[in-house]
Design a protein around this ligand. Structure first.
Ligand SMILES: Cc1cc2nc3c(=O)[nH]c(=O)nc-3n(C[C@H](O)[C@H](O)[C@H](O)COP(=O)(O)OP(=O)(O)OC[C@H]3O[C@@H](n4cnc5c(N)ncnc54)[C@H](O)[C@@H]3O)c2cc1C
Length: 416
């Protein structure tokens, strides 16, 4: 396709990755971001073989491996009995895969540094309110009016996108009842599994998690993401009861959390993450295309959101490279991602009540039935593919070839 002027709304993983792919393909790209200083919000992220393959395609594999923390296993136990109810190992599926946990800021810096190095223009402090058309050009507007006009606008502004809310394909957005408190903490002196996402449960009402997330930059200390699941409606009551009571509850479930809790002295150290489900169908409207959470979001139970955002960026760039015009490229992008997105949204929705709900029956099924069935072949391999994001092929339709995992191993922090 001819060189296009492309405006990207949002400097999250989706927007930054799309800008990198498209500017390297020869298009003129600029990113518009609400924050004055682009910065990630939140704590840790688990990069799956899908997202790692996209980063590899962008030439960022060594950077992310040098700061991330290798995760081999997702392990969860009942907090009272200590019985294992979740044990998914990446190596249960062939190919030597693993996950890589990173701090959000580390993923952001990796992509943002690359965008800056590539000379991509990033305009900050622009709170986008809507899109529209001016002749055959797509425009982006803030409250004052038009801030840019383009051949194509990519909406990568996340779950609560203003642009998507006003588009012809306006998706429905459903806030989920449960969210979580997250904090990024120092792991020194604490006892935790450095190669696992570890969780403790009490039925599906309580979920506490520890995820080793590596470092923000090579010379900084390694950190651990701590999270505590709760109903968003209960947040004020939990706060009113006081920090000490909250810590006592967590310690009663999982004593090993004490060194992490000791670092929390103020509620401000905890970020409340709210989860929502949305789907934009189709993920484009005229010259506006949705990628990442603005196209689809779910609860982060399966840890796929950022990975799917990166896959979207690769698939859109691949579609634009091989189609003759914008309408056929956007339709090709939608086709390329449709099955994978639908499957993983469905799986996230299906798995969420097992870990975040008021149902004791669902928790009983998880603890007694699912945990037993999960050990019987071919279930371990199947579960590993679900966690890896590869239950169906996400790579071919996005124009990617999966990483060779043994090569990437040598890049891991501490092994390089
Ligand atoms: C607690 C939590 C844990 C998670 N854990 C995982 C995990 O382990 N693995 C995983 O893969 N995913 C995880 N996710 C999901 C993941 O964070 C998202 O799927 C991912 O960040 C989506 O990327 P994005 O670029 O589409 O959107 P975002 O990351 O939301 O980025 C959107 C960008 O657009 C900007 N923006 C928004 N509105 C405007 C506007 N009006 N004007 C201009 N700019 C705007 C924002 O400032 C932001 O920079 C988790 C999510 C949460 C909440």
């Amino acid at each position: 396709m001819k060189q296009l002027d492309i405006g990207v709304a949002g400097a999250g993983p989706a927007g930054l990755a799309a800008a990198l792919f498209l500017s390297r393909a020869g298009h003129r790209v600029e990113i518009l971001e609400r924050f004055e200083t682009p910065a990630p919000v939140g704590s840790g992220l688990l990069m799956q073989p899908t997202g790692l393959t996209v980063l590899n395609a962008l030439g960022l594999s060594d950077t992310i491996h040098a700061i991330g923390s290798r995760i081999d296993r997702l392990h969860g136990a009942d907090a009272k009995s200590g019985r294992t109810v979740l044990d998914v190992r990446y190596d249960a599926a062939p190919s030597g895969r693993y996950g890589l946990a990173v701090q959000r800021a580390a993923l952001f810096n990796t992509l943002h540094d690359a965008a800056v190095a590539d000379g991509i223009r990033i305009r900050t402090g622009i709170d986008l309110a809507s899109t529209g058309m001016r002749g055959d050009r797509a425009v982006l507007k803030n409250a004052e009016g038009v801030v840019g006009d383009y051949d194509l606008v990519i909406d990568a502004s996340g779950t609560r996108s203003m642009l998507a809310a006003k588009a012809a394909t306006a998706p429905s957005i459903r806030d989920l009842t449960y969210g979580a408190f997250w904090a990024t903490l120092d792991g020194q002196g604490a006892a935790y599994d450095k190669s696992a996402l570890s969780q403790r449960y009490d039925k599906a009402k309580v979920m506490i998690g520890l995820l080793p997330t590596g470092r923000i930059r090579r010379d900084e200390p390694e950190r651990v993401a701590f999270f505590w699941s709760l109903k968003v409606a209960d947040v004020e009551a939990v706060k009113a009861a006081g920090l000490d009571q909250w810590k006592a509850i967590i310690r009663s479930y999982w004593a090993d959390c004490a060194p992490f809790l000791d670092q929390i002295e103020d509620w401000d150290q905890l970020t409340l993450a709210r989860y929502a489900h949305r789907t934009a169908l189709p993920p484009f409207s005229g010259r506006l295309v949705f990628i990442g959470d603005s196209a689809h979001s779910t609860s982060p139970q399966l840890g796929q959101g950022a990975n799917m955002a990166l896959l979207d960026a690769a698939a859109l760039s691949h579609a634009l490279a091989r189609c003759a015009d914008i309408p056929s490229a956007l339709a090709a992008y939608a086709r390329a991602r449709r099955n994978h997105v639908r499957l993983f949204q469905l799986l996230s929705l299906a798995f969420t009540p097992f870990y975040q709900s008021d149902s004791t029956a669902i928790a009983w099924v998880r603890d007694r039935l699912v945990s037993t069935v999960a050990k019987i072949p071919p279930m371990p391999g199947l579960l590993a593919s679900i966690v890896a994001g590869t239950l169906i092929d996400p790579f071919g339709p996005a124009g990617l070839t999966e990483c060779t995992w043994q090569e990437d191993l040598s890049l891991l922090s501490g092994m390089a």
